[in-house]
Design a protein. Structure first.
Length: 219
């Protein structure tokens, strides 16, 4: 952690730092695909119209297993085997192998959805965007430690803008909430991590851009 980040963390009141950790954990990048799936399943009025309760259970389960459980288990095993220093992936070196592994899981999830006719294209497009942004983040990691939280929130914002453009539901409130959450999460990372503002801004841009690329290809 550099001196600027240390000063920022120390200067903040305890309550602010607790909230910053709270938002960092609740909106961890691994959770965002599940949140998006739940939004499309239970909030959006048409993408999953006709899905029965069985399908509405197994789809979030599949996303959770592939994009949360398996990546977390992989990082835990990497730590136990000594390949990384911390499960929090604080250094660029620590992030290399987890990026590669999660990239495989995201591509696997994309391939599953792509080959299932009952999965809406918007979800396939989103997961493809997650896959390509993970690849881009791996390349960016060579030069600096781009914020994974910011990438995830940028992807969420990008998806909501895409849904807004499709005009399939009123997105004013969801988009405002997503903007608020993106601000809270990115500010939290500046408070409790050693990220520089450029790493946050670039992550937001990269996440949104890759969602746009996914939409151009699939929608």
């Amino acid at each position: 952690m550099n001196n600027t980040a240390i000063e920022q963390s120390v200067e903040q009141p305890l309550a602010v730092r607790i909230l910053a950790h709270f938002f960092s954990y609740v909106f961890h990048p691994l959770f965002i695909p599940l949140y998006v799936t739940l939004f499309l399943l239970y909030v959006h009025p048409s993408y999953f119209a006709g899905y029965d309760l069985h399908d509405k259970f197994w789809l979030p389960f599949t996303v959770s297993y592939t994009s949360i459980f398996l990546p977390f288990l992989s990082v835990f095993l990497l730590k136990q085997l000594g390949f990384i220093d911390s499960i929090f992936l604080k250094t660029q070196k620590d992030r290399i192998i987890p990026y590669i592994i999660t990239n495989i899981y995201y591509f696997w999830l994309f391939w599953i959805f792509k080959n299932q006719n009952d999965v809406p294209v918007i979800l396939t497009s989103f997961v493809f965007g997650v896959f390509i942004v993970s690849s881009a983040a791996l390349l960016a990691n060579i030069y600096f430690k781009v914020s994974m939280h910011a990438i995830a929130m940028g992807g969420l914002l990008g998806l909501f803008v895409i849904i807004l453009q499709q005009n399939t539901m009123l997105m004013a409130l969801p988009l405002c909430i997503a903007l608020l959450l993106a601000g809270l999460v990115c500010t939290s990372r500046l408070i409790v991590s050693d990220h520089q503002p450029k790493e946050i801004y670039f992550g937001l841009f990269l996440g949104a851009l890759c969602q746009l690329i996914g939409a151009i290809i699939f929608l």
